[in-house]
Write a protein that binds this ligand. Structure first.
Ligand code: NDP
Length: 497
């Protein structure tokens, strides 16, 4: 039966978490709410499942992960439709999200053995009679806490790395998108029915807190910076390591030799896709003087064609509407101008595309994560000023540069974990590139080789193969042998270059 609720607001009724469509208030689905005991029990069961999962070996895990990948592709429309009904995301945005998730799953499955598998290490002088072995062992159970804005790809990033590394997972989806989270766990269980290798537990923030304290070996958190700090504090109680993928205030720089129409098109996509509810969404643009006017005009033209309820979905979390309105009003009150949209663009549950210029640097629209389809464009003298302003934020997630001659040099100087040159957000689609930020955007990486290593502990083993010729690490060494060691050291490392 379909009940109607306050659009977008999840409700708990009779031990069930009911999630709703933010555009219509229709029920999207319901899942059971876990308490602390249930979370601990899920982690205990996952611990046993992890032993079974590890014993499948690299090949056994790869085959099953690739089957899961194929299932996601087969049901891509179903999953995108579920994401739409729960978060309001337009179907095509959901399809793109599943596409990126599939890429990460495929890459992690195919590369885990190469990146994490056992290898021999070359011996060094002082221990020449030993051989070194390095391997990466799984943590056991990894807790994954996810946000609502990309309920498919944000958890699949750490889930695919952690599963490929040999861990079992207990996953706490956002209270706004629990049904998509449950769908992911259920679809995995279709491929791996033997053991609860990937389990979902549901509820509000306290369930995430319980997961941090439940004895998991590692926590991967994706969400806001404020909650990330709480997660870290909860994990610190038991010295549980964490990956924090938090918010951002990403900037795009348009240099003098940029392809202006292409930069405008990418800026509009980067800022407005998913109604701007994107951690790596473009929120600020710094355009150099010679291209500024043309760029603003092209952005306004392109963004003005986007329709709320079509390309621009609803704002998923109702209280975010207040934040978006506050930021726009603050920008206007401090002397900024709306060249498209404005405060009146906020009409629950939608926000129409809004482009602001002349916004002062101390405005919240420039300093804080807005998470809506708004974009500021600031005129700068040159790329130097653009870099300085782009970096003047406590966040450091992603960024973008449009230009030719100096674009990559500028990209290197942006204080961010990832930068797209002549594109926006593109780094999230490459399975072999690490994803993560600096500063208030968090630390640790998902995706790529770094994202696999994040979910395994390096283990070093040395094995003696012969008698020591230069025995240094023993009380049995003679003064003559110590002299030989010093001599060998001088020969090898003692010469100034
Ligand atoms: P939140 O920080 O509000 O929530 C994230 C998750 O943490 C949810 O599952 C939430 O549960 C849970 N949680 C809440 N309180 C606690 C707690 N005390 N202990 C443990 N877990 C808790 O973020 P949003 O869901 O609102 O997501 C939007 C934010 O995520 C934005 O800032 C965005 O930039 C960021 N983000 C970052 C990404 C990245 O990769 N860097 C990617 C995508 C988003 P519940 O929902 O039940 O409260």
């Amino acid at each position: 039966m379909t009940a109607t609720h306050v659009p977008g607001l999840p409700v708990i009724e009779d031990g069930q978490l009911i999630s709703t469509n933010p555009a219509t208030g229709e029920e999207a689905g319901r899942v059971p709410v876990a308490d602390e005991k249930a979370v601990t029990a899920a982690v205990e069961q996952a611990r046993e499942a992890a032993v079974w999962w590890q014993s499948r070996g690299w090949e056994g895990r790869k085959v099953r992960l690739l089957r899961w990948r194929t299932l996601l592709v087969e049901r891509i429309e179903e999953l995108a439709e579920l994401a739409r009904s729960e978060s309001g995301k337009p179907i095509n945005d959901g399809i793109v999200e599943v596409t990126a998730a599939v890429e990460h799953l495929d890459w992690a499955a195919r590369n885990a053995r190469r990146v994490l598998g056992p290898r021999r290490m070359r011996t060094r002088l002082l221990l020449a009679e030993h051989v070194g072995h390095l391997e990466y062992q799984p943590y056991g159970v990894v807790g994954v806490i996810g946000p609502w804005n990309y309920p498919i790809v944000t958890p699949i990033g750490p889930i695919s790395g952690a599963l490929a590394a040999g861990n079992a997972i207990v996953f706490k989806p956002s209270e706004y998108t629990p049904v998509v989270g449950q769908w992911l766990a259920d679809s995995f269980a279709e491929i791996v029915p033997e053991q609860p290798v990937l389990r979902a537990v549901h509820g509000l923030g306290d369930v995430g807190g319980a997961l941090c304290r439940s004895g998991v070996g590692k926590v991967s958190f994706t969400g806001s910076t404020a909650t990330g700090k709480k997660v870290m504090a909860a994990c610190a109680e038991n010295l549980v390591p964490v990956v924090i993928e938090a918010g951002g205030k990403d900037a795009l720089i348009v240099d003098a030799d940029a392809d202006v129409p292409a930069a405008a098109e990418a800026a509009v996509w980067g800022a407005m896709t998913n109604a701007g509810q994107t951690c790596i969404g473009i929120e600020r643009v710094y355009a150099v003087e010679p291209v500024y006017d043309r760029f603003v005009q092209a952005v306004v033209e392109k963004a003005g064609k986007l329709r709320t309820g079509e390309e621009i979905g609803p704002i998923t979390m109702p209280r975010q509407l207040e934040i978006i309105r506050d930021h726009i009003e603050d920008a206007l009150a401090r002397g900024g101008r709306a060249v498209l949209g404005g405060a009146e663009a906020v009409r629950a549950p939608y926000v129409a595309p809004t482009v602001l210029v002349d916004v002062p640097d101390d405005s919240s629209e420039i300093r804080e994560e807005t998470f809506g389809p708004t974009l500021t464009i600031t005129r700068v003298r040159d790329a130097e000023e653009a870099i300085r302003k782009a970096n003047d934020t406590p966040y450091g997630l992603g960024g973008s540069v449009f230009g030719k001659r100096d674009a990559v040099r500028i990209a290197r100087r942006l204080r961010a974990g990832m930068v797209a040159v002549n594109g926006t957000l593109t780094f999230v689609g490459m399975g072999n590139l690490p994803f993560g930020g600096v500063g208030e955007s968090g630390f640790g990486r998902i995706h790529g080789e770094d994202g696999l290593r994040e979910f395994a502990r390096p283990k070093a083993i040395t094995v003696r193969r012969a008698r020591s010729l230069l025995p240094a690490m023993t009380f049995e060494r003679t003064p003559a042998q110590v002299r030989q060691i010093v001599k060998a050291l001088r020969l090898l490392y003692g010469r100034r270059r």
